[in-house]
Ligand binder design. Structure first.
Ligand code: 1GP
Length: 233
């Protein structure tokens, strides 16, 4: 699964197949110096809009990975596949259930050496992903750190994803949660809409994921790349 290359990523743009992005904007995003494009979204993601976005990103020489959140949109041809496993829900389908169904249906097609699990901890209750998965987002530090350790030390997951999608997180909490991981790569995503926020998040975690601002303020999105790249971690 290291074949995906995520261990080297500092900055990632997450693009939503269900949202419009002009060719000019996509060009700026792909030429920005970001380390990878992650394709994914919590709603409206279909086989057709996923394959369409993949083919547009494919023209650029940077890794393009799919975050697999629905079986219908599991499109072949990506450079890698990241599969969320939600660690703060009681709904088994989002922990292992959908995964088992996927393996039963498509297991023989899965490129396992290019597939990795993300231990997802969803911390913004208003996020579509939180509502969809029934995530218990109001966790205190003790609860978050316990889940980071579950992912990192017990399950030995390669990636822990602190997900605040749509809202900028509590960076003190993120910093302390990230520090609890010793082998996993820690991703942070949520509400980064400026270079300053990007730099702050980059100091706290290994990999910073920037999504929504691409669609609302492209210049601010592009400014997050050098901010992350020049931040120490
Ligand atoms: C969403 O973590 C990503 O899954 C990024 O969040 O869209 O809020 O930037 P934003």
């Amino acid at each position: 699964m290291e074949a995906i290359g995520y261990a080297e990523w500092r900055h990632v743009f997450k693009l939503d197949p269900d949202r419009e992005l002009s060719d000019e904007a996509l060009d700026a995003v792909c030429m920005s110096g970001t380390d990878a494009i992650m394709v994914g979204g919590s709603s409206g993601v279909t086989f057709d809009n996923t394959i369409d976005l993949m083919s547009r990103v494919r023209r650029y020489a940077l890794p393009c990975v799919l975050e697999v959140s629905s079986l219908e949109a599991a499109v072949p041809g990506f450079d890698g596949y990241l599969v969320p496993m939600v660690l703060n829900t009681d709904k088994p389908e989002w922990i292992v259930g959908n995964h088992i169904e996927g393996i039963k249906e498509y297991g023989s097609f899965v490129p396992w050496d290019m597939t990795a699990v993300e231990g997802y901890i969803i911390l913004n209750a208003e996020a579509t992903a939180a509502k969809l998965t029934g995530a218990q987002a109001d966790l205190d530090e003790h609860e978050v750190v316990a889940r980071v350790k579950l992912a990192d030390k017990l399950l030995r997951l390669p990636i822990v994803y602190l997900e605040y999608s749509g809202a900028y997180g509590d960076m003190d909490l993120v910093r302390r949660a990230a520090a609890a991981a010793t082998q996993a790569r820690v991703f942070y995503g949520g509400g980064i809409d400026s270079a300053a926020k990007a730099a702050e998040a980059a100091k706290a975690v290994h990999t910073v994921v920037v999504g929504n601002v691409v669609y609302s303020d492209l210049q601010a999105a592009l400014a997050t790349v050098p901010a992350v790249k020049s931040a120490d971690h």
